[in-house]
Design a protein around this ligand. Sequence first.
Ligand code: URA
Length: 235
Amino acid sequence: MQKSRLDKFLISHLSLSKREVRLMLAQKRVHVDGQFALDIAAQINKFSLIEIDGNTLQKNDSIYIMLNKPIGVISATKDKSHKTVIDLISHPQKAMLHIVGRLDLNTSGLILLTNDSQWSEKLTQPKSKVAKVYHVTVQNKLTTDYIYAFEQGMYFDYEDITTKPAKLIILSDYTAQVSLTEGRYHQIKRMFGRFQNPVTKLHRSKVGNLSLDPILTVGDSRSLSSEEVANIALS
Ligand code: URA
């Protein structure tokens, strides 16, 4: 998370000189997260609670939301022609949210939103290897060849990369569960495209250790518990 120095924050927010800020700290007038702040070089972030003489100067709560995204809603914060995932959320600070790993317009299921960029980076960075699980329906019959091809990885010349090993479990002739640890553009559709097998339905059910809450009907959302936030990327 981006950090900044407490003294710089106070200088700019209170239009004070460096000397005045030093004095304020020495007089124990500043609290950061409930503790006296005495060090001018103390580091703060956008979620630090900062109080002066008992009055709040900064209070930003971290927000973590899961949404059951419907088909036809766009994974964007603003759009001219489609309803966005933000439009479906009723949180009072929803304008501060960003999306953690987009889903295509015609993909449904678990999508996460937060204002905590450190958390979202941890989930989306390739090195963190957080698995995303999808239920896939295809047009043509599946065969066991798919399992090997997904496991081996596929070369995408546009990005000049080979996809990381993906786990495919055949559930029925036309349905499979696919688990990816990365999120390339239209990745699942492109991987089935190698078999000339169009994806007709795509639904994300899980990100890391977090499953889409079955209580959430399509279009509904809820806040994550602190355990869910902490455990999502634990392997
Ligand atoms: N792969 C896709 O092709 N689309 C998605 O929305 C997610 C993964």
